[in-house]
Design a protein. Structure first.
Length: 97
C-alpha cells in the first residue's frame, strides 16, 4: 500500500500537466508543481483560493454538476477542458479539468 501511494505521489508531482487533488466539498488538498508553474501562484495561495477561486465563472457550474455525478455514483471521475485564472488575473485557456 505504501509503495502504491509513493508511486501515485511521484506520478502526480512529476506530471507535465497541472494536477490538483481536493476534498469533495471543493477545498484543495494538494497541487503539483506544474499547476503552480502554469498559474504562478504559491501552493499556499492556490490551496486557500480553492477550485472556485481560480476557475473561470463559466466553468464553475459544470465543475459542480460533474462532481455531483461522481458523488451519486454516476461517474468514477471526470475530465474536461476548462479555463483557470493566472495570478495576474488573466484567464489561461483550455486546460484539462
Amino acid at each position: 500500500m505504501q509503495e502504491n501511494e509513493e508511486k501515485f505521489r511521484s506520478i502526480v508531482e512529476y506530471a507535465p500537466v497541472g494536477i490538483s487533488t481536493f476534498f469533495l466539498e471543493g477545498k484543495m488538498l494538494s497541487v503539483n508543481q506544474a499547476l503552480l508553474d502554469i498559474l504562478r501562484y504559491s501552493e499556499e495561495e492556490l490551496i486557500k483560493l480553492g477550485m472556485s477561486g481560480i476557475s473561470h465563472p463559466e466553468n464553475i457550474k459544470k465543475d459542480s454538476q460533474l462532481l455531483q455525478e461522481v458523488l451519486e455514483g454516476k461517474q468514477m471521475f471526470f475530465s474536461f477542458e476548462k479555463r483557470y485564472f493566472h495570478k495576474k488575473g488573466h484567464p489561461r485557456n483550455k486546460f484539462r479539468g
